[in-house]
Design a protein around this ligand. Structure first.
Ligand SMILES: [Zn+2]
Ligand SMILES: [Zn+2]
Length: 431
């Protein structure tokens, strides 16, 4: 059924594109499509298997073993253990050429699934003293499945490919800096890719549509924890000690004024204090207030600007009130930059393979984070977004208990990425 749907979809796009320029097919395009169609039922089963066995970041033991076994059966060189559960499958083409990489992330979220699907997750874990469900609510089951699919298709034509392709099954995207750990633990010491690609499911698009963003696609994910200290005193003797709640409130307000009045409005910036805990009774001024904040913006220089401003603002606000404090500011994953040249090539292939420019949707940058950005620090990188809204639904939402995905996106994603990689290898082969 999936195969038929895929063929119909391709045909629809072929009709849509009549009258517009169609790029010449690569010599391998037909083979890739046939291999993808043959593989699709197996991939759908794999996706459902991964979906109903979700695992938290850096604990993806079952998924990691499944991926490693699948790569081994394809004849790939398999390296495991990066970032605990990360796997790299190395596919060598039939002749020398560029080294490139595709990444799929494997981790799930602590969300109790409410989709009612026959393969819905029933897995539960203990978190912070209570039982919570686990769910692939960000589509990483699909990312991993598509990664396996592209590896399988390209392994089927390996003799015709120039170069080496690394298939990266990455742990801990949601929680634990899995990408950075893989890099630090030497995942690319022997083979350093000159291009990286990845997909993320897109809950704003239907299957068959591919989203992309020019320039920065996701933001720096930085933040701080702040502990404002006081000796505490009776609530009626408010002049006897520093009130950390009042100081904390001043910090929260000052941060918003700083964003509104000190940051160039063209430099997208968000500072959110999402955690402000203090006190236990109405008539006691507490001994401390604790604030945690997330800081989002784009680019390396801008994140340092924000850090300097926030440090100055907190230091001055606390000192003015006579409060001592501990500030811990951390840089998390960097903003994700879409390489313009690599994007242009990916879009040219996408237009040809999907048969229509109208299947490509330019999207606005996100203030969310994505640690694929660390790979983009090594070499040009592009993340494409796979439309997943189910046919019978108007919308769906990642990170929600009801997130559901149209599985047609698996075949579409495999077919497209296999072509993008094959095209790139042919184009950048040194002759
Ligand atoms: Zn997510
Ligand atoms: Zn995700």
């Amino acid at each position: 059924m999936k195969k038929r749907t895929f063929i119909i979809l391709t045909a629809v796009f072929a009709v849509l594109c009549s009258g517009s320029e169609i790029f010449a097919a690569s010599p391998l395009e037909t083979k890739i499509r046939d291999l993808t169609n043959k593989l699709t039922p197996e991939l759908v089963n794999i996706r459902r298997d991964i979906h109903c066995h979700p695992e938290l970041g850096l604990q993806e033991k079952r998924t990691s073993a499944l991926v490693a076994e699948y790569f081994r059966k394809l004849g790939l060189e398999v390296r495991t253990g990066y970032s605990v559960t990360g796997v790299v499958g190395i596919l060598k083409g039939g002749r020398p050429g560029p080294i490139v990489a595709m990444r799929g992330d494997m981790d799930a979220l602590p969300i109790t699934e409410e989709t009612g699907l026959p393969f819905a997750s029933k897995v539960k874990v203990a978190a912070e003293g209570r039982e919570v469900g686990l769910m692939h609510a960000c589509g990483h089951d699909i990312h991993t499945t598509v990664l396996l699919g592209v590896a399988s298709v390209l392994a089927g034509i390996r003799e015709e490919l120039p170069g080496t392709i690394l298939f990266i099954a990455q742990p801990g995207e949601e929680c634990c800096g899995g990408a950075l750990r893989m890099i630090r633990e030497g995942a690319f010491l022997d083979y350093k890719p000159q291009a990286f690609w990845a997909y993320h499911v897109d809950d704003t698009l239907k299957a068959g549509f591919i989203g992309y963003t020019q320039g920065f696609a996701c933001a720096n994910v930085d933040g701080f924890t702040l502990l404002i200290k006081s000796k505490g005193c009776h609530g009626a003797g408010s002049f006897l000690c520093v009130d950390p709640i009042v100081v904390g409130a001043q910090v929260v307000t000052a941060l918003q004024v700083m964003v509104a009045r000190e940051i160039d409005v063209r430099n997208h910036t968000v500072v959110t204090v999402g955690y402000f805990h203090s006190g236990a009774a109405p008539n006691i001024i507490p001994e401390s207030a604790e604030l945690w904040a997330t800081v989002r913006n784009y680019g390396d220089s801008q994140r340092q600007v924000l850090k300097d401003k926030i440090t100055r603002l907190i230091t001055n606000t606390c000192e003015a009130a006579g409060a001592s404090f501990d500030l811990n500011y951390e840089f998390g994953s960097p903003s994700m930059y879409t390489d313009p040249g690599l994007l242009k090539e990916a879009l040219a292939t996408s237009e040809r393979v999907l048969g229509s420019k109208s299947a490509l949707v330019e999207e606005k940058p996100e203030m969310g984070g994505e640690d694929f950005s660390f790979f983009g620090k090594i070499a040009p990188a592009v993340m494409l977004n796979l439309g997943v809204i189910p046919k019978d639904m108007d919308k769906t939402a990642v990170h929600s208990p009801t997130f559901a995905a149209d599985e047609d996106n698996i075949a579409i994603g495999v077919n497209l990425m296999a072509n993008i990689i094959a095209d790139y290898l042919y184009k950048h082969e040194k002759k």
